[in-house]
Design a protein around this ligand. Sequence first.
Ligand code: PLP
Length: 624
Amino acid sequence: AELYGVSEWGAGFFGISPNGDLQVTAEPGNFTNAVSIPEIIAGIQARGLDMPVLLRIENLLETQISLLNTNFLTAIKSLNYKGSYLGAYPIKVNQQQQVVEAVTHHGKKYHHGLEAGSKAELIAAMGMHTDDESVLVCNGYKDEEFINLGLHATQLGYNCVLVIEMPGELPLIIERSKALGVKPILGVRVKLSSQANGLWAESGGDRSIFGLNAAQIVDIIDRLKDADMLDCLQLLHYHLGSQIPNIREIRNGVAEASRVYAGLVAEGAGMRYLDLGGGLAVDYDGTQTNFMSSRNYSVDEYCVDVVEGVMTVLDEQEVDHPIIITESGRALVAYYSMLLFNVLDTARFEPEPLPDSLPEDTYIHTQHLFETLQSLNLRNVQACFNDILYYRDEVRQAFNQGKITFRERALGEHVYWQTIRRIAALARELPAIPHEFEGIIQTLSDIYYCNFSVFQSLPDAWAIGQLFPIMPVHRLNEPPTREGFLADITCDCDGKIDRFIDRQGVKRTMPLHALREMEQYYLGAFLVGAYQETLGDLHNLLGDTNIVTVRIHEDGKFDFVGEMEGDTVEDVLSYVEYDTKALLTRFRETAEKAVRKGMITPNQRREILQAYKAGLQGYTYLEG
Ligand code: PLP
């Protein structure tokens, strides 16, 4: 378990069974009735679905919704906070109907609401929302249609808050509210000067593209006063960014926002809600630090610090405690999904052994390489590394200048790679591996070719270097004997995962098991429920994967409660505007011409056409 850090990043949901299977439980920390992931894979295959598969476990989402709400309720009670807490799930984090349904259905007992940042999200939210006590927060830039929809929601009794993101939105809101005869609930998004660190930190700070500065908010207040609508301004919103690893930055944001809130109360606005946006981080690497892929606080600490932070400022200013809203997305949905995929093949870097000596007429710099290899030891490893780079370049140059043959160049490179192998072995014995050796260790490691697309299924790993826990889902009672990184099936040199979670931060390779004859080897990428699905793209026309949803029961049995086939080739071709019927017609004609020219028989034509049609209807990933 320790090798892959399951107990550290798994939040109690994942564990390893005595027979070496990765297992998942609906009750964090209790594995009595846990379900084996290889067993789920067997069930998926029995249903005729191929890998890769995005597996969602319904219970995990529900547990996370409860965890956040109960922690806030506990903090409120224990600190004697006079206001309350309401969650607003930001639809953008995972827009799938199943997810939004789970939030509105399971979250109903906590009045967990929704946050929409576009018209499409608002329309989805209005159709899913059923609870008059929850909030529906509308962020994002708004046109007349967006504003009208929000006002209609208010007419239907939703607590729908139109958050002003740009000064120009206010005149339109005032005009539309008057036209429809609706008293709107308004919010303002403030640009705080507090800023967070992390991969997604640019949502906060003075240079953030979102929100209003102090002068713009004062102007909004004045204009609302003039329109006799200042009581409509009820919510203050800010968002410092997603995945904030450091609790200090969260506390700074809360303190500054609470002061702004008190300022708005003093101005006479009808303030009720303080909305902190998202930012509650997920501990992807399990280090519990302020590394980008971690967080140095627990959910419980987050809730206590937020409630306490608001109280401290507002008590001092003698302002009533507001309803605290958070728009946590990542922390609710990340655990819910995992990507399961099979390894197709591996490439090992193992040059043939060298002879004891080289022929006398060997090119001089190849001889130098050979001598360096023989003198190599732990003390001179760095000097030897520098030398062999020089000699290797000399060998290559000699070849380019026509001084040595291709075979002589090959011998020089062969000696070079054997020396690199030896350097890598010695580097592992050093107390700390020098940075420049990490690259060579990776060069020598195995490549595991895997049946998935980084661009479709783990886009943040490619785009911004996000780390996800990745590990085999079986054979975990067997020590892995190989070190490797993963290549996907896109034909793109970025289509790889070569950064893995590690207690020190990041590792370039991961331990893996050797493949066995006639046996599949399955890996999983975990905590992929947030942002990855809709950010994924069609690079190389690899489409949506198959999706399976499972519910775990108290007795450890599980049901397949949802099954969605991934894109077919026909689907992805139509996304890039092919007319697949026309493709087929043209292909038929090409095949007919081949018959006429005697290149194939009519029977062969039939087989070829059948294969083409089956290909159109098939999965975009490797099957079988
Ligand atoms: N609210 C707003 C306005 C956002 O832009 C985002 C995403 O960045 C979120 C909430 C969700 O943040 P998180 O996933 O960190 O909870």
